[in-house]
Ligand binder design. Structure first.
Ligand SMILES: Nc1ncnc2c1ncn2[C@@H]1O[C@H](COP(=O)(O)OP(=O)(O)OP(=O)(O)O)[C@@H](O)[C@H]1O
Ligand SMILES: [Mg+2]
Length: 392
């Protein structure tokens, strides 16, 4: 059986009346990379600081490699936890060159030099040993910070949004490099991000955090295709929901009859991801294109169904759609459904989702969600944008 490197059980942390972390549970096996994903202010940094030992939990326990480090009257200080930390701002020593920045904190020993050299090779900084931090690019500085965290052979590495101040292209390149580096070092890591693409592409497992609580921990595919709730679905990727009904093992809704990935019965909300829906131009099509957003690599087309509900479809960059076009909508693959025990009360959740979207994307982006939520009494649909852009 794989050993658990980081275990948090019912960890709670308040700052005055703010419950920053609320009964959080985690169990991360050795050698795995976990992305801690959630909107701004949901408690990600606090969670990381609790594991690192920079905060003391009010309740719950933290264990690292089977050793109790916080809780039950015990508290092990950060320097004794064998944890490497990489912060968003790198925090390199400006008066030390690359070599000394990386060697800092590593006890002087016969093999210190060879260990530093090996790590600098691993992170691709060979030849830059004598550069000062201000002579490095942002990405190089991030790699120095990573090398410094890895050099003492930590049991776990904690990274708090380490790429957030880099441009988009460098960020994408560096995140796959960081994955390679962490895997080559055999490190167990928690990686904080509010970017769902980053979380899904970099991690072995993703923990979704909302309002201080860890809502679901799962492998990326599982989290994306089988989110535990509409709220999770709305944060991890883009999701639209239509009312439906399950009978004879199949779900029926305005877009047709489908196989469900998840077990349910009776009234449900059916989730559609934009990449699984496809508008097809047809002069007598029952649906109408109301919006087209062009992103370069693809486009997002919003379609109004006969009921008035809206659904988004992701299409290739060449596809030719314009507002007013009549279309049919085709759905690819199976769907995910969520129980909708009472349609009357679902508007409460829809407005919560609208608030979540507004908190996350700002009022303008949340507008469509709010419109959909407001229409929930009649149209019964929550159309929640969680965006492909960086989310906070
Ligand atoms: N030292 C502190 N004193 C008081 N409140 C704090 C402190 N640290 C964090 N908080 C509050 O706890 C909550 C969680 O903050 P935290 O920094 O963990 O969020 P986060 O998910 O990392 O957000 P972001 O994505 O913006 O970095 C927030 O409401 C924040 O204002
Ligand atoms: Mg933070």
């Amino acid at each position: 059986m794989t050993d658990i490197a980081i275990r948090c059980a019912a960890v709670t942390k308040h700052f005055g009346c703010i419950k920053a972390v609320d009964r959080a549970n985690l169990a991360l096996p050795e050698g795995r990379i976990l992305a801690l994903l959630g909107p701004s202010g949901c408690g990600k940094t606090t969670m990381l600081r609790l594991v690192a030992g920079f905060e003391v939990p009010d309740a719950g326990v933290v264990e690292i490699n089977g050793r109790l480090v916080a809780g039950n009257g015990c508290f092990v200080s950060p320097e004794k936890r064998r944890v490497g930390v990489v912060f968003q701002d790198c925090a390199l020593f400006p008066h030390l060159d690359v070599l000394d920045n990386v060697a800092y904190g590593l006890a002087k020993s016969g093999d210190q030099g060879s260990r530093v050299t090996a790590i600098l090779n691993l992170v691709g900084l060979k030849g830059l040993e004598s550069r000062m931090p201000h002579e490095l690019s942002g990405g190089q500085q991030q790699r120095v910070a990573l090398a410094r965290a890895l050099v003492p052979h930590p049991d776990v590495v904690l990274l708090d949004e380490p790429f957030s101040n880099l441009d988009a292209a460098l960020r994408v390149r560096l995140r796959s490099e960081v994955r390679r580096i962490l895997k080559a070092a055999g490190a167990t890591a928690i990686f904080v991000t509010h970017d769902q693409e980053e979380a899904l592409s970099l991690a072995d497992e993703v923990a979704l955090m909302l309002r201080g609580q860890i809502m679901q921990v799962a492998e990326p595919e599982e989290l994306y295709h089988r989110p535990s709730s509409k709220e999770v679905a709305a944060f991890v990727g883009e999701a639209d929901f239509l009312p439906g009904e399950v009978s004879d093992g199949q779900v029926s809704c305005e877009l047709g009859r489908f196989q469900s990935r998840t077990a349910a019965s009776g009234e449900v909300d059916v989730m559609f991801r934009p990449e699984n829906t496809q508008p097809i131009l047809h002069p007598d099509g029952p649906c109408e294109v109301v919006l087209r957003e062009f992103f370069g690599h693809d486009q997002l087309v919003t379609v109004r169904l006969p009921s008035g509900d809206r659904i988004r479809a992701r299409v290739g960059p060449e596809a030719d759609f314009a507002p007013g076009d009549r279309v049919r909508v085709r759905v690819r693959g199976d769907v995910t459904v969520f129980p909708a025990p009472s349609r009357a009360s679902s508007s409460g959740l829809d407005s919560e989702l609208a608030v979540l979207a507004e908190e996350t994307f700002g009022a303008a982006d949340a507008c469509s969600s709010r419109t959909a939520a407001a229409g929930a009494n009649t149209a019964n649909v929550a159309c929640v944008s969680s965006g492909r852009r960086e989310t906070c």
